[in-house]
Design a protein around this ligand. Structure first.
Ligand code: GUN
Length: 292
């Protein structure tokens, strides 16, 4: 069997970013409004710092305002809530992103609930989760699942009716919203997780397999249905071949899977760039709605 098509998320994301940049320019010209995203980072987690920097760079590149709020790890919860209140009230801020994970002394649910749903660029607020669950077009959709769906539709076309989809992982950030999106596309959706019995067997039935568990190379080649579309959301840092070096791997054993799948996202260069491009899209959309 031929090797899988490699899904080039980097190229797709570049195209999407170019379209967002056009939208930003059009909104400036028509309404004099520059979309702005406030990025809140609490603490010095190195992975979070990398993500936040690439978000801030993308905003500037696309002609949007980036309002950076980098706070020390010992920031009091009350002070973070006060910052959110201030950003909620600021008309130049159309989207608010609080980088997760937050330090342990801060109640994440409380912080996410404080963001007004209209500015919830990540789509993590319970109002947006609820709107997505009922299939409302008004929902702000979390960026990673949205980016994953765009890649799936790029490979399979817009008609996903009746496809068997397996979502591995049940997080609020990826697994649950991914399952909702695929359900909206009329897929037959299974959500699998660490307590699922016969995980390999469940995976083998799937035409579309989305892996989002954060376990390096957990999904093996023989878990994959021949010809399936495999979307690997995992970004795991593991020891590299050379001492002291690390490398990034997904949740899927790529070298095995590429021989079986019909199409597969690489790590890096697959879903990762789509997450940021969709964040830019969500920010532009929020600014368009605010401008009326
Ligand atoms: N931490 C890991 N992924 C994400 C994300 O998509 N958004 C935010 N805010 N934090 C994250």
């Amino acid at each position: 069997m031929a090797e899988a098509k490699i899904i080039d998320g980097k190229a797709f994301a570049a195209g999407l970013r170019a379209r967002v940049a056009e939208g930003v320019a059009a909104l400036k010209a028509s309404h004099g409004v520059t979309p702005g995203l406030a990025v809140v980072l609490v603490g010095e987690d190195p992975a979070s710092q990398v993500y936040v920097r690439s978000k801030e760079r993308a905003l500037v590149e696309l002609g949007m305002n980036s309002f950076d709020h980098h706070k020390p790890a010992d920031l009091a919860e009350a002070d973070l809530l006060a910052l959110i209140d201030q950003l909620n009230a600021d008309p130049a801020v159309h989207g608010i992103l609080v980088q997760l994970p937050l330090p342990k002394h801060i109640d994440t649910a409380k912080v996410l609930a404080r963001i007004v749903p209209e500015k919830d660029a990540d789509g993590f607020h319970v109002v947006n989760a609820g709107l997505l669950a009922v299939g409302s077009p008004g929902a702000i959709v979390p960026c990673t699942p949205l980016g994953s769906l765009l890649l799936i539709r790029d490979v399979l076309g817009n008609d996903l009716k009746g496809k068997r989809a397996l979502v591995l992982g049940r997080s609020n950030i990826v697994g649950k919203p991914m399952a909702q999106l695929l359900l909206q596309q009329d897929c037959t959706v299974t959500v699998a997780h660490s307590r699922t019995q016969d995980l390999p067997g469940e995976c083998r039935r799937a035409d579309i397999l989305v892996a989002a568990v954060g376990r390096p190379e957990m999904v093996r080649g023989d878990w994959i249905k021949p010809g399936a579309v495999v979307i690997d959301v995992g970004i795991n840092r593991v020891p590299g071949a050379e001492a002291g070096k690390t490398r990034l791997v997904g949740d899927v054993a790529y070298e095995e899977a590429v021989k079986v799948a019909g199409a597969i996202t690489p790590v890096p260069g697959g879903v990762g760039p789509m997450t940021i491009a969709c964040l830019m899209l969500n920010t532009l959309a929020a600014a368009c709605r605010a401008a009326g």
